[in-house]
Design a protein around this ligand. Structure first.
Ligand SMILES: NC(=O)c1ccc[n+]([C@@H]2O[C@H](COP(=O)([O-])OP(=O)(O)OC[C@H]3O[C@@H](n4cnc5c(N)ncnc54)[C@H](O)[C@@H]3O)[C@@H](O)[C@H]2O)c1
Length: 281
């Protein structure tokens, strides 16, 4: 029978890639609050130690390990350091990723390779090493991939990023099947807009010109952009025993934008599919 404690991550050890800021930092901070020991694996050696220190200052356990997820030797060293320090690994959050907004024809081979290195190699390396450690320990585990709504729709000027994230969603399904016998669950979340330094929105209520924020809110059924706590909450659920039988799933954490698929409110608050086709449509 489930009990409220089953949402806790007590004594679980989690790696969060790209955990120094934004969505990853929110996940790391929240995991620690729910009892996990957290490794922040990030290439940024300035913000990473600060994020880990902030967790420790709040009474949690956290370690920063400098790691560029595109470099397999660094991922190997980071995974080994996690096991040496905390003695186990239960959760991996593949969060490091990113996009350079550019039309496909302006991207060129160098541009698309950079996207693939970060969003694909940076997914496969940590997953490979974490899954091996989890299998060797025989305790199962949870792997959570941070995808995006762009994995589910065409996304102009984000072609290779969207392709990589769509691949991530399908990789999530396939790996869920391959690792099921080891009780390792593999799931994804698909946020839309979450206020992070990476997208130039510092917090969900500010950090953007009011006009831009108002327009965003009209396009999001729940009327606000996402907060890093929204994505963190979904990750806690997927990591915890509350999701013991959930694998291969992608959870949309987007305030309803995937469900609304283009419907938005006009300035009077009426629903419209295209600008000027309010209500009557
Ligand atoms: N913010 C959004 O609206 C949004 C929406 C959907 C999906 N996402 C996805 O969420 C993830 C995090 O986004 P964010 O907005 O928090 O980003 P962010 O740019 O604010 O933070 C990204 C973090 O990842 C680290 N990082 C980048 N490249 C790395 C590498 N090669 N190795 C290790 N660390 C690296 C950065 O140093 C930084 O700390 C990304 O995968 C992104 O695609 C974000």
């Amino acid at each position: 029978m489930l009990s409220p404690e089953d949402i806790l991550l007590t004594d679980q050890v989690a790696i969060v890639t790209g955990g120094a800021q934004g969505i990853g930092e929110g996940v790391a901070r929240t995991f620690a609050r729910f009892g996990a020991k957290v490794v922040i694996a990030d290439k940024n050696a300035e913000t990473g130690p600060r994020a880990a220190q902030a967790i420790r200052d709040a009474g949690g356990e956290a370690l920063f390990v400098a790691c560029d997820v595109r470099e397999l030797d660094q991922v190997e060293a980071m995974t080994a350091r996690t096991l040496e320090t905390f003695g186990r690994l239960d959760i991996l959050v593949n969060n490091a990723g990113g996009v350079r907004r550019t039309p496909f024809l302006d991207l060129g081979a160098r541009g698309w390779r950079r996207h693939i290195e970060l969003n694909m190699n940076g997914l496969f390396g940590p997953t490979d090493l974490a899954a091996r450690a989890m299998i060797a320990a025989g305790r199962g585990g949870s792997i959570i991939n941070v995808a995006t709504i762009e994995a589910f729709r065409g996304a102009p000027h984000r072609s290779v990023y969207a392709a990589c994230k769509a691949a991530m969603v399908n990789f999530t399904r396939t790996l869920a099947i391959e690792l099921a016998e080891h009780q390792i669950r593999v799931n994804a979340i698909a946020p839309d807009i979450v206020a992070t330094p990476g997208i130039g929105l510092v917090d969900a209520d500010g950090g953007a010109p009011p006009k831009r924020l108002a327009a965003l809110k009209r396009h999001i059924p729940m009327g606000r952009v996402g907060h890093v706590d929204d994505t963190a909450g979904a990750c806690v659920f997927l990591a915890s025993p509350m999701a013991a039988y959930v694998t291969g799933a992608t959870l949309h954490v987007d305030g309803g934008t995937w469900a609304s698929s283009g419907w938005s409110r006009d300035e009077q608050g009426r629903w419209q599919l295209f600008e000027g086709f309010a209500d009557a449509y």
